[in-house]
Design a protein around this ligand. Structure first.
Ligand SMILES: NC(=O)c1ccc[n+]([C@@H]2O[C@H](COP(=O)([O-])OP(=O)(O)OC[C@H]3O[C@@H](n4cnc5c(N)ncnc54)[C@H](O)[C@@H]3O)[C@@H](O)[C@H]2O)c1
Ligand SMILES: O=C(O)C(=O)C[C@@H](O)[C@H](O)[C@H](O)COP(=O)(O)O
Ligand SMILES: [Zn+2]
Length: 366
């Protein structure tokens, strides 16, 4: 398998009239071609945060000024704990204070928290305005900017309030990853790893062979990881935009992961950390249910650990885990459903009785 360089690669999301391109490459923020052909409007609003704005806001604003007479910005507080109504309202307040009309283009500049909130704001402001994703974390480039899931958190559950709403374009500049803290890079690797067991056994092997290069931020390795992840996500979303079935495989590790995030309080563990650890637990469940051979668990644990992610889950107690997982969006009629691996590159939904979940938690919690 070749490792391409970081010059422009485009992945298409095919969703009829909601189709769009993901542009992946170095220098995209400063490339006028990346910003051409966006919806016509008199104004754009950049939504970012206090950490990302000093790094990339001006470059983004300059590009947008070539297309829109007015370019405003709203900077939200930084952190998963602020993915809430207050932050969302800050976006609406800015839009209304500036008398922004229904053609105004929202531009999400930042990681998944900014992207999810900006997308939700775009879905509901005046019943829908266009938006563009400019993801600046590895996690947002490989996953959250793509596919149109938008949301805010509720104190009782992750991403509980949201909408399916597709962006007009995704502009993923690989150079923004240069400034990403190491812990955030590792968090992004969790979602990269996810795509292997659920959809592409060869990609899992590639990740194992390139995990050190990815952590060292080798641009070619990152370019391939972002492109292949987006291709897999595009393949899934193109078939099942609104998660009627297949799309749920993208939730591998998330049933346990979201419980960890909510249970510990948003922001204590990063989303990618919780998903990484959640994949260890879900891999164990896949083995205990007889779907996968025993060596699958140590294989997954090793690659997740090598990515710099936690592999031991917090001890919240069986009852608390069950309570948290019962509000997961995949649960039906009170039955918790897990995405489990059925063969390398193939996943499906499965129930598990309390005793089995308890055994998994006993094995991995500390
Ligand atoms: N919509 C989806 O399909 C989807 C998919 C996966 C995750 N998510 C959501 O995404 C969120 C996690 O996203 P995330 O991991 O990007 O976290 P994040 O948005 O909190 O960003 C991580 C941190 O990195 C900072 N940052 C961003 N870009 C930077 C850069 N280039 N240099 C330096 N610092 C930078 C941010 O300010 C923040 O502190 C969660 O809320 C999760 O639920 C959504
Ligand atoms: O795009 C999807 O579908 C995913 O499940 C991607 C996940 O990585 C992401 O964390 C998503 O936000 C989780 O969705 P949710 O419906 O469980 O909130
Ligand atoms: Zn996720």
């Amino acid at each position: 398998m070749s490792t391409p360089d970081s010059s422009l690669q485009t992945v298409r999301i095919s969703l009829a009239e909601r189709s769009y391109d993901i542009r992946i490459g170095s220098g995209q923020l400063s490339d006028p071609l990346a910003w051409q052909g966006l919806p016509k409007a008199s104004a754009a609003l950049i939504v970012s945060n206090e950490t990302v704005a000093p790094l990339y806001l001006e470059r983004c604003r300059q590009q947008l000024l070539g297309h829109y007479a007015r370019v405003d910005a709203v900077l939200l507080r930084d952190g998963e704990q602020y993915k809430d109504w207050d932050s969302l309202n800050q976006i609406f307040d800015t839009l209304l204070r500036t008398a922004s009309d229904r053609k105004t283009v929202l531009v999400a500049l930042g990681g998944g928290v900014i992207g999810d909130m900006t997308g939700f704001a775009a879905a509901v402001y005046m019943r829908g305005v266009p938006f563009v994703q400019v993801p600046t974390t590895l996690l947002s480039q490989v996953d959250s900017s793509v596919g149109g899931k938008t949301a805010i958190n509720h104190p009782l559950g992750k991403n509980m309030l949201g909408a399916f709403y597709q962006p007009e374009r995704v502009i993923a500049d690989l150079d923004t990853l240069d400034t990403l803290p190491e812990r955030e890079l590792s968090a992004g690797l969790a979602e990269v790893i996810k795509y292997g067991p659920i959809a592409d056994a060869e990609f899992l092997a590639w990740i194992e062979a390139h995990i050190d290069a990815l952590r060292a931020r080798d641009k070619g390795a990152l370019a391939y990881a972002v492109k292949r992840s987006c291709e897999i996500k595009a393949w899934v979303v193109g078939q099942d935009e609104r998660e009627q079935g297949l799309r749920a495989i993208l939730n591998f590790g998330h049933t346990f992961g979201h419980a960890i995030e909510t249970g510990l309080g948003y922001g204590n563990w990063l989303h990618g950390e919780a998903v990484g650890c959640g994949m260890v637990l879900a891999s164990d469940l896949s083995v205990r249910k007889g779907l996968m051979p025993a060596d699958f668990l140590p294989r997954m644990r090793r690659v997740i650990e090598r990515a710099g992610l936690p592999v031991t889950a917090p001890k919240l107690g069986l009852q608390r885990y069950l309570e948290l997982m019962r509000v997961d969006k995949k649960a039906e009629g009170g039955e918790i459903r897990f995405v489990l691996i059925e063969a390398l590159g193939k996943a499906g939904m499965h129930g598990a009785d309390g005793a089995l979940v308890d055994a998994v938690l006993q094995a991995h919690c500390a």
